[in-house]
Design a binder for this molecule. Sequence first.
Ligand code: GLU
Length: 513
Amino acid sequence: MSKEVRVRFAPSPTGPLHIGGVRTALYNYLVAKKNGGKFLLRIEDTDQSRYVPGAEDYIIQSLKWLGMNIDEGPEQGGNYGPYRQSDRKNIYKEYVDKLISSGHAYYAFDSAEELERMRDRYKAEGVHSPKYDQSTRESMINSLTLSDDDTKSLVNKGSNVVVRLKVPKNEIISFSDEVRGEVSFQSEELDDKVLMKADGMPTYHLANVVDDFLMKISHVIRGEEWLSSTGHHVLLYRAFGWAKEIPKFAHLPLILKPNGKGKLSKRDGAKFGFPVFPLDWFDKKENELFSGFKEDGFIPEAVINFLAFLGWNPGTEEEMFSLSELESSFEIGKIIKSGAKFNYEKAKWYNQQYIISSPNETLAALIQEDIEKIGGVSVDKGFLTTFCGMMKERVMTLKEFSTKGKYFFTDDFEYDVKTIKKKFKIENGPHFEKICNSLESLNTWKSNDIQNVIKSYITDNELSFGAILPILRICLAGTMKGPDVFQMMELLGRQIVLSRMEKGLKFCKTTIS
Ligand code: GLU
């Protein structure tokens, strides 16, 4: 029987979750769902110096917003907890002790100055980038060079003690990566990584491997930046005697800047004018707001679809995949090796597709708060629903409903003066007034009737549509852009239409006089 699929998303709460991290979470989630497995959230917070309050909650809220349900994690619990590494300190101590007794790890007592001196010494001898490794460890202050008694007394003193991995000599460490294929390291290339720091906290490497083993993780799916650490991880599995339990590895390609030059960074959002975070994040230290996809008006399903395709595709022309469709279609084998360029236009395109296919009532609920800010009053649900139906093909983000459709909710808008100057003829003034009179006496206020009245007036008086309709629209909305003008008039209601016509015509007259 094959092993149960158990995958984990293991972020460090050092700040908001970057969109690349969200994609890592998504691919893990999809692999779990595809295989009927479990998706775990493990908070890797052993580096106290980089801990940022609020970051863990931000990560959890982001996954919730995107609809990635966590099976086991700090909030959900589970049989393999705790799921926050700072709560597992004792576990790591036990495992590090095992490595020391079996000779796979050793204590080291070198101070920062001693490490510095070592580097200078080897550099002077021509070593390009000296490391604490099999070629240097014998010249350092550690349990390999000190007597047992000296080691004991330094360990008991407890200051400045770290535990390092004793990388074996002459070994080839290879593993097969699901994305990159065969990867191997020569043990000489690997340094003796610190496993336990002086503060008694494990480093990422130790905690990560111990937890993946104890939590029975079947696939380690993470960013490419961790590929170079995997050699050490494999050595740790071997040292613990878990070589048969090594999980499958899949290292995901980088997400690149839109121009393809380098990794997409958190600063690129502000630079290129798009979000690189799922939710807004206010950075207290830098006193700066980093915008999120949610607040910028994205629908979570669109973000999911977009991210899924940033480094993966099903090998067909099909581009629209809901989360549940992705759950059944996703395959690790189809992850693309090369970096994926972040294409914001594509993200907006996806968002537009999801907006168009969303029911109007759903959209109304999503934009209500934003819309009510325009006039500061509550807006009728029915009105909002019809508005969404009229506008949804014209917007790319939810935010644009309020920016592009502002005039549906307020009389306070600017007129497109350029078009007024081009299209408004003073001699047509009386025609507009007559049209308004007919609208005033219209029996039913329905778009078809409104259209009939206006169009017949135009033809009966041998006018051109171009002389009347653009000005009509500008009086009502300020702009030439918008949905069908007659439907718009029906929704705005007779009273508003007539008062805006009066005000608009006055403006037109003064503009051209
Ligand atoms: N804590 C690591 C990070 O923040 C996790 C890497 C891994 O998944 O092994 O990216």
